[in-house]
Design a protein around this ligand. Sequence first.
Ligand SMILES: Cc1ncc(C[n+]2csc(CCOP(=O)(O)OP(=O)(O)O)c2C)c(N)n1
Ligand SMILES: [Mg+2]
Length: 261
Amino acid sequence: MAVVRHGYPLERVAANGMGRISDASRIPDDVNVLPNQVALAAQLQHATGLAWGLKLQKKDSVVMTYVGDGGSSEGDFHEALNLAGVMRAPVVFFLQNNQWAISTPSRRQTATPSFALRAAGYGFPGVSVDGNDVLAVYEVASEAVKRARAGDGPTLIESLTYRMSFHNTTDNPSLYEDPKEREEAQRRDPIERVIKHLTRRGLWSEERDRETRASVRAEIDAALERAATYPPAEPSQVFEHVYAELPERLRRQRAELLGES
Ligand SMILES: Cc1ncc(C[n+]2csc(CCOP(=O)(O)OP(=O)(O)O)c2C)c(N)n1
Ligand SMILES: [Mg+2]
């Protein structure tokens, strides 16, 4: 989870996921990430806007944003990539092509043979990478960040991988997925691959594997336990964080919700 890597505490991320959204679970001021976006592809607009802003302020930061194969069919995807290209904004669009958008296969999302090709229409490079090869992804992403930082504008990265589970708990892939595809993908498991790579170089061992898995599991369990104690969101919070000052219409709705009218 990239936001945790950037310093957003896991327990706060988990609390938000549980609907325990309050000041306690907010992103710390010194952590440069945005809240999880639920509306598909809307984060891309924010990314382009932020990157354009950074460029105007002559900062050398770069914005990294993520989208799925399904999300790439949203109008927001087109608008964000088009404007980013025009403004040569320092932004990297990371498209995780895991072959599925719930039950829709990725071949139904675009008629182009690769999602990376779509970048040509926006006037910047598109790169396809084996998303199950950690080191290849790192290299391609570093290169894109370097380009953005040098003032050369955006890059679209298509990371090819495979969804190894259901979309969510109401999804049932056995209704639409060929199990052979999943078995095939299992053989390219990125974690198994990186473990093999590190073991061959003497940088990993069964003991280290056991210890790492146990300590990560303990860290996650502790974060989830703490997250469950965070205060739940109040219904009136739907009125927050969009307007600095609520327009009259929303003020009335808020008052009605709170039983003040
Ligand atoms: C604008 C919008 N439409 C529909 C949905 C419902 N929805 C949530 S996830 C999803 C599929 C997304 O597929 P993809 O972008 O490939 O991401 P993945 O789940 O594979 O990571 C859909 C349709 C939504 N969240 N937002
Ligand atoms: Mg997908």
